[in-house]
Design a protein around this ligand. Structure first.
Ligand SMILES: NC(=O)c1ccc[n+]([C@@H]2O[C@H](COP(=O)([O-])OP(=O)(O)OC[C@H]3O[C@@H](n4cnc5c(N)ncnc54)[C@H](OP(=O)(O)O)[C@@H]3O)[C@@H](O)[C@H]2O)c1
Length: 378
């Protein structure tokens, strides 16, 4: 254990959905085999986080009472006996997608959602070792979910070969992780033309940056003209189309933005976009053999017809979260510099909160869905 690690720390605890969180003083957790203890430096607050912790009907089962949280960046302070690479002092990225080691189908999205585990009650991951997440000063996490970050390269000065990022800059990886899973799953590559929809939110705008870094031409679409015009400044390989919900008009606009047609369509629509006509307009402009990535929560369903898929030779891939290999690849893209981070790369502002400001953080996340990050910096 790092010599300056205290005996106790502060952690937010949620006992009941809809009730206030409480900042508790607890013993700093101890590592066992397969785990690591990190000092949390930044933990992500998502736009659906307030809904999940405040609405009993959110559809997100939680292991109450527990320490909420999600993706995080931190410093390793202690390791279990089987750690082979991580060491105290190492900067790490925590991917919250926890899978059973002996059954990859059993999952817990740390801090935000217990997976469905037929016949396995209590949930073997969230109701036991990994119940508590990252809205705390220290967190005990699965070793394999903590990915080493090259601190010298990322935070170091340019004169020493560093990229000169701040911790705030690094938090932009939070919104890129899940979009990268979907984009990688449909094999987006250099030279492709990809529609990103909706591109005006936190995940969507991050997907724009990731798809550009993967070498594609991007058509960013959404309803919000102001955010679309901000996105336009990011790259000459990017064009935007505003969704008007007039299928003919939107199809024409997409065609004129993509003279060579569209190779892939990535979508992360929230439930509210279930009636949006952009699904139809985007299918209309897909080239034969087009690939479609679905990552949102359109519970109402969309009208992909049998014949659309057959005649278009379409491949449709649903993606939940991001695999371990994809997470490592995303980190390599950032460390290599091919995926630049921060305001200078055109990313939105980072708003940080202390743990005691939990109410303000959740209120902000509930109303602020535009590009940028919202994080606890405990
Ligand atoms: N696959 C996964 O692993 C995974 C992981 C996390 C989350 N999700 C799901 O992904 C969804 C999106 O997440 P998010 O955090 O980006 O949600 P969000 O913040 O609620 O979504 C914001 C985006 O949706 C757009 N939008 C909202 N209502 C719309 C409508 N009626 N028509 C067209 N666009 C609309 C917004 O555009 P405007 O600017 O026009 O409002 C904005 O671009 C969520 O429902 C979440 O459950 C999936």
């Amino acid at each position: 254990m790092a010599s300056d690690t205290p005996v106790q720390h502060h952690a937010l605890v949620l006992s009941k959905v809809g009730e206030p969180m409480v900042l508790e003083t607890r013993p700093v957790p101890k590592p066992g085999p397969g785990s690591v203890i990190i000092r949390v430096l930044a933990a992500s607050v998502r736009s659906n986080t307030p809904h999940v912790y405040r609405d009993p009907n959110s559809g997100h089962p939680l292991p109450l009472p527990f320490v909420p949280g999600f993706a995080a960046i931190g410093k390793v302070v202690d390791i279990g006996p089987d750690a082979t690479k991580l060491k105290p002092g190492q900067l790490v990225f925590f991917d919250p997608y926890i899978q059973g080691r002996d059954d990859l189908e059993t999952i817990y999205v740390s801090g935000l959602m217990e997976g469905f585990t037929e016949g396995k009650d209590p949930h073997p991951l969230s109701r036991a070792e990994w119940r508590d997440s990252t809205y705390a000063e220290y967190a005990k996490l699965p070793l394999e979910n903590c990915h080493a970050l090259n601190e010298q390269r990322l935070l170091g000065d340019a004169k020493d070969g560093g990229l000169g990022y701040t911790m705030d800059d690094l938090t932009h990886i939070f919104s890129m992780l899940i979009p990268f899973g979907g984009l990688a799953d449909i094999d987006v590559k250099a030279g492709d033309t990809v529609i990103i929809a909706p591109a005006t939110g936190r995940y969507g705008s991050a997907a724009v940056h990731v798809a550009l870094a993967m070498g594609s031409r991007v058509i960013a679409i959404g309803r919000n003209a102001a955010i679309l015009s901000q996105l336009e400044t990011i790259s000459p390989r990017l064009s935007t189309v505003q969704i008007t919900n007039d299928i003919d008009k939107d199809t024409k606009a997409l065609r004129s933005a993509s003279p060579g047609g569209v190779d892939a369509f990535w979508d992360m629509s929230p439930p509210a976009a279930g009636t949006s006509t952009h699904f139809r307009s985007c299918l209309n402009v897909l080239n034969s053999g087009g690939r479609v990535s679905l990552e949102g929560s359109v519970v109402s369903g969309v009208s992909f017809s049998y014949m659309d898929i057959l005649m278009g030779g379409l491949t449709i891939k649903g993606t939940w979260m991001c695999t371990r290999e994809q997470t490592m690849r995303l980190i390599r893209m950032v460390e290599s510099g091919v995926l630049p981070l921060g305001a200078t790369a055109g990313m939105g502002p980072v708003k940080t909160f202390k743990l005691e400001q939990w109410k303000e953080a959740l209120d902000t996340a509930a109303v602020r869905t535009e590009p940028g990050e919202i994080v606890f910096a405990p």
